[in-house]
Design a binder for this molecule. Structure first.
Ligand code: ZN
Length: 137
């Protein structure tokens, strides 16, 4: 598989409204997107440094993965996202190497990316997201 680079770092927060100001006004990183991913029970805000993004994640559903993560570990770094050229072939290659995947088929993430998560048990304890940019239609 071809890894293009680090797309973003996902940070779990209790409140985007409370925490966005630090990234937007103190660090002066451009906020480029605010998006809800309903099927993951999460609201997101994206800050783009131009060389990698920060993705704030706030649970909008008490049973969502982010809500569970925060109640277990508190707010903090939740995942690292690597951009790949071809997510379908990346998933296939990971399966062939017995890597534990949370998503065995690509699902839709923020900003129209196709995404899949790799289980932390296979990565040394960090949740890794793979993302493929969608070609404009
Ligand atoms: Zn992410």
């Amino acid at each position: 598989m071809k890894i293009v680079g680090i797309e973003h770092v996902g940070v779990a927060v209790n409140s985007i409204n409370e925490k966005a100001a630090f990234w937007e006004y103190i660090l002066k990183i451009n906020r480029t997107a605010t998006e809800t991913v309903a099927d993951q029970g999460v609201s997101t805000a994206i800050f783009d440094t131009g060389k990698g993004k920060i993705e704030l994640l706030e649970a909008i559903d008490p049973n969502s993965p982010i809500a569970k993560y925060i109640s277990k570990r508190g707010p903090g770094i939740h995942h690292i996202c690597l951009e790949v050229e071809d997510i379908t072939s990346a998933i296939k290659e990971l399966k062939e190497n017995d890597i534990s995947l949370i998503n065995e088929t690509p699902t839709r993430g923020v900003e129209g990316y196709l995404i899949a998560f790799i289980h932390p048990r296979s990565t040394g304890g960090v949740l890794v997201e793979l993302a493929q940019k969608q070609k404009p239609q």
